[in-house]
Design a protein around this ligand. Structure first.
Ligand code: SF4
Length: 227
Protein backbone atom coordinates (compact mmCIF):
# COMPACT_ATOMS: atom_id res chain seq x y z
CA UNK A 1 0.00 0.00 0.00
CA UNK A 2 1.73 3.08 -1.26
CA UNK A 3 1.22 6.78 -0.48
CA UNK A 4 3.87 8.48 -2.62
CA UNK A 5 7.34 8.30 -4.18
CA UNK A 6 9.37 11.49 -4.42
CA UNK A 7 12.89 12.92 -4.39
CA UNK A 8 13.78 15.23 -1.49
CA UNK A 9 16.69 16.08 0.78
CA UNK A 10 16.63 14.38 4.18
CA UNK A 11 15.43 16.90 6.71
CA UNK A 12 16.06 15.15 10.03
CA UNK A 13 18.40 12.85 11.91
CA UNK A 14 21.98 11.91 11.16
CA UNK A 15 21.50 11.83 7.37
CA UNK A 16 20.36 15.46 7.36
CA UNK A 17 21.09 17.16 4.06
CA UNK A 18 21.38 13.97 1.98
CA UNK A 19 19.24 13.73 -1.17
CA UNK A 20 17.23 10.53 -1.36
CA UNK A 21 14.12 9.03 -2.88
CA UNK A 22 11.39 8.65 -0.28
CA UNK A 23 9.04 5.71 -0.70
CA UNK A 24 6.13 6.41 1.62
CA UNK A 25 3.89 3.49 2.52
CA UNK A 26 0.26 4.00 3.39
CA UNK A 27 -1.41 2.67 6.57
CA UNK A 28 -0.68 3.20 10.27
CA UNK A 29 -2.68 2.37 13.39
CA UNK A 30 -0.13 3.51 16.00
CA UNK A 31 -1.93 6.79 16.60
CA UNK A 32 0.78 9.21 17.82
CA UNK A 33 -0.99 12.25 19.22
CA UNK A 34 1.37 14.66 17.44
CA UNK A 35 1.45 12.81 14.10
CA UNK A 36 2.08 15.20 11.21
CA UNK A 37 1.20 12.58 8.56
CA UNK A 38 -2.36 11.60 9.41
CA UNK A 39 -3.09 11.38 5.71
CA UNK A 40 -1.07 8.13 5.78
CA UNK A 41 -3.24 6.37 8.39
CA UNK A 42 -5.83 4.75 6.10
CA UNK A 43 -4.88 1.29 4.82
CA UNK A 44 -5.41 1.83 1.11
CA UNK A 45 -3.20 1.80 -1.94
CA UNK A 46 -3.12 5.36 -3.28
CA UNK A 47 -0.78 4.69 -6.21
CA UNK A 48 -1.95 1.29 -7.47
CA UNK A 49 1.49 0.37 -8.82
CA UNK A 50 3.02 -3.08 -9.28
CA UNK A 51 6.49 -3.74 -7.80
CA UNK A 52 8.04 -3.32 -11.26
CA UNK A 53 6.29 0.03 -11.69
CA UNK A 54 7.46 1.16 -8.24
CA UNK A 55 11.04 0.33 -9.18
CA UNK A 56 10.68 2.28 -12.44
CA UNK A 57 9.37 5.28 -10.49
CA UNK A 58 12.29 5.09 -8.05
CA UNK A 59 14.72 4.97 -10.97
CA UNK A 60 13.06 8.00 -12.59
CA UNK A 61 12.86 10.04 -9.35
CA UNK A 62 16.49 9.25 -8.56
CA UNK A 63 17.61 11.07 -11.71
CA UNK A 64 18.01 7.77 -13.56
CA UNK A 65 19.83 6.13 -10.65
CA UNK A 66 22.29 8.98 -9.98
CA UNK A 67 20.88 9.47 -6.46
CA UNK A 68 21.85 6.23 -4.73
CA UNK A 69 19.79 6.47 -1.55
CA UNK A 70 16.24 5.35 -0.81
CA UNK A 71 14.35 5.88 2.42
CA UNK A 72 11.35 3.65 3.11
CA UNK A 73 8.89 5.45 5.33
CA UNK A 74 5.19 5.80 6.15
CA UNK A 75 2.68 5.56 7.64
CA UNK A 76 3.98 2.44 9.25
CA UNK A 77 6.11 0.50 6.75
CA UNK A 78 6.52 -2.26 9.34
CA UNK A 79 2.82 -2.90 9.88
CA UNK A 80 2.24 -6.61 9.06
CA UNK A 81 0.11 -5.57 6.07
CA UNK A 82 3.10 -3.68 4.60
CA UNK A 83 5.96 -6.02 5.55
CA UNK A 84 5.75 -8.41 2.55
CA UNK A 85 5.94 -5.50 0.06
CA UNK A 86 8.63 -3.69 2.08
CA UNK A 87 10.76 -6.86 2.27
CA UNK A 88 10.47 -7.43 -1.45
CA UNK A 89 11.20 -3.79 -2.25
CA UNK A 90 14.25 -3.78 0.05
CA UNK A 91 15.66 -6.89 -1.65
CA UNK A 92 15.07 -5.43 -5.14
CA UNK A 93 16.74 -2.14 -4.15
CA UNK A 94 19.75 -3.90 -2.63
CA UNK A 95 20.08 -5.98 -5.81
CA UNK A 96 20.33 -2.61 -7.62
CA UNK A 97 22.91 -1.43 -5.04
CA UNK A 98 20.95 1.39 -3.50
CA UNK A 99 21.69 2.45 0.09
CA UNK A 100 18.40 1.68 1.86
CA UNK A 101 17.20 3.28 5.08
CA UNK A 102 13.94 2.50 6.87
CA UNK A 103 12.05 4.86 9.15
CA UNK A 104 10.71 2.49 11.82
CA UNK A 105 8.00 3.72 14.18
CA UNK A 106 9.56 2.03 17.22
CA UNK A 107 6.73 -0.41 17.84
CA UNK A 108 8.10 -3.39 15.93
CA UNK A 109 11.47 -5.06 15.34
CA UNK A 110 11.17 -6.79 11.96
CA UNK A 111 14.41 -8.65 11.39
CA UNK A 112 13.46 -9.92 7.93
CA UNK A 113 13.55 -6.26 6.84
CA UNK A 114 16.33 -4.96 9.13
CA UNK A 115 18.72 -7.74 8.07
CA UNK A 116 18.46 -6.85 4.40
CA UNK A 117 18.97 -3.06 4.49
CA UNK A 118 21.75 -0.61 5.33
CA UNK A 119 20.34 1.61 8.04
CA UNK A 120 17.48 1.71 10.56
CA UNK A 121 16.01 4.94 11.93
CA UNK A 122 14.07 3.81 14.98
CA UNK A 123 11.70 6.00 17.00
CA UNK A 124 11.85 6.01 20.79
CA UNK A 125 8.47 7.57 21.53
CA UNK A 126 8.03 10.24 24.21
CA UNK A 127 5.04 10.89 26.54
CA UNK A 128 3.67 13.67 24.31
CA UNK A 129 3.11 11.11 21.53
CA UNK A 130 0.91 8.97 23.80
CA UNK A 131 2.80 5.87 22.57
CA UNK A 132 5.40 3.82 24.42
CA UNK A 133 8.54 2.19 22.99
CA UNK A 134 9.98 -0.70 25.02
CA UNK A 135 13.56 0.17 26.03
CA UNK A 136 14.29 -3.51 25.40
CA UNK A 137 13.88 -2.82 21.65
CA UNK A 138 16.67 -0.21 21.78
CA UNK A 139 18.90 -2.70 23.62
CA UNK A 140 18.24 -5.35 20.97
CA UNK A 141 19.07 -2.92 18.17
CA UNK A 142 22.36 -2.00 19.82
CA UNK A 143 23.27 -5.68 20.21
CA UNK A 144 22.32 -6.72 16.67
CA UNK A 145 22.75 -3.67 14.45
CA UNK A 146 25.72 -1.78 15.84
CA UNK A 147 26.75 1.10 13.58
CA UNK A 148 23.62 0.71 11.45
CA UNK A 149 20.94 2.56 13.35
CA UNK A 150 19.93 5.80 15.00
CA UNK A 151 17.30 6.46 17.63
CA UNK A 152 15.04 9.47 17.13
CA UNK A 153 12.81 11.07 19.78
CA UNK A 154 10.46 14.00 19.26
CA UNK A 155 10.68 16.40 22.23
CA UNK A 156 7.71 18.63 22.93
CA UNK A 157 8.52 19.71 26.50
CA UNK A 158 10.67 19.07 29.57
CA UNK A 159 8.63 15.99 30.53
CA UNK A 160 9.61 14.41 27.19
CA UNK A 161 13.26 15.34 27.69
CA UNK A 162 13.35 13.93 31.25
CA UNK A 163 11.70 10.74 30.05
CA UNK A 164 14.31 10.20 27.32
CA UNK A 165 17.14 11.10 29.68
CA UNK A 166 15.84 8.55 32.22
CA UNK A 167 15.68 5.88 29.51
CA UNK A 168 19.22 6.67 28.32
CA UNK A 169 20.54 6.48 31.88
CA UNK A 170 18.85 3.11 32.39
CA UNK A 171 20.53 1.87 29.23
CA UNK A 172 23.97 2.80 30.55
CA UNK A 173 26.79 3.72 28.19
CA UNK A 174 25.85 3.77 24.53
CA UNK A 175 27.63 4.87 21.38
CA UNK A 176 24.84 4.97 18.78
CA UNK A 177 23.42 8.36 17.73
CA UNK A 178 20.31 9.29 19.72
CA UNK A 179 18.72 12.28 18.04
CA UNK A 180 16.33 14.65 19.78
CA UNK A 181 13.99 16.32 17.29
CA UNK A 182 12.34 19.45 18.70
CA UNK A 183 8.60 19.14 18.00
CA UNK A 184 7.69 21.39 15.06
CA UNK A 185 3.94 20.97 14.93
CA UNK A 186 1.55 21.60 12.06
CA UNK A 187 0.71 25.28 11.77
CA UNK A 188 3.66 26.31 13.99
CA UNK A 189 6.33 28.82 13.08
CA UNK A 190 9.95 27.93 13.83
CA UNK A 191 9.88 26.87 17.53
CA UNK A 192 13.04 28.76 18.57
CA UNK A 193 12.23 28.72 22.25
CA UNK A 194 11.63 24.96 22.41
CA UNK A 195 14.73 24.32 20.28
CA UNK A 196 16.92 26.45 22.56
CA UNK A 197 15.57 24.90 25.73
CA UNK A 198 16.28 21.37 24.48
CA UNK A 199 19.84 22.37 23.55
CA UNK A 200 20.34 23.75 27.08
CA UNK A 201 18.78 20.71 28.82
CA UNK A 202 21.03 18.44 26.77
CA UNK A 203 24.16 20.46 27.59
CA UNK A 204 23.24 20.54 31.27
CA UNK A 205 22.68 16.80 31.51
CA UNK A 206 25.96 15.76 29.89
CA UNK A 207 25.25 16.00 26.16
CA UNK A 208 24.14 12.41 25.59
CA UNK A 209 22.03 13.37 22.60
CA UNK A 210 22.26 15.17 19.26
CA UNK A 211 19.68 17.94 18.96
CA UNK A 212 18.67 18.34 15.30
CA UNK A 213 15.68 20.35 14.13
CA UNK A 214 13.67 19.29 11.07
CA UNK A 215 15.43 21.29 8.38
CA UNK A 216 12.72 20.79 5.74
CA UNK A 217 10.20 22.49 8.04
CA UNK A 218 12.58 25.42 8.60
CA UNK A 219 12.84 25.86 4.84
CA UNK A 220 9.29 25.07 3.69
CA UNK A 221 7.13 25.53 6.79
CA UNK A 222 5.61 22.85 9.02
CA UNK A 223 2.72 21.87 6.74
CA UNK A 224 4.32 21.26 3.34
CA UNK A 225 4.39 17.63 2.14
CA UNK A 226 6.91 15.78 -0.03
CA UNK A 227 9.85 18.04 0.86
S1 SF4 B 1 4.02 6.07 13.63
FE1 SF4 B 1 4.37 7.81 12.25
S2 SF4 B 1 2.61 7.82 10.82
FE2 SF4 B 1 2.06 6.49 12.53
S3 SF4 B 1 0.95 7.82 13.93
FE3 SF4 B 1 3.08 7.83 14.62
S4 SF4 B 1 4.03 9.60 13.58
FE4 SF4 B 1 2.06 9.15 12.51
Amino acid sequence: MMNSIYLATEGEGVHLGTPQVFVRFQGCNIGCLNCDSKDTWEFEDRLGLSMDEILVQIHEKSNSGRIRRVSITGGDPLHPKNVPAVSKLARELKARRYFVNIEASGTRLVHEVFDSIDFISFDFKTPSTGVETPLESVKKLSEQYEGRFQIKSVIENEKDFDYVLGAAEKLGEFSFPWVLTPAFNLGELLPFERFNKIIKWNEKSGGLFRVIIQQHKVIHGADKKQV
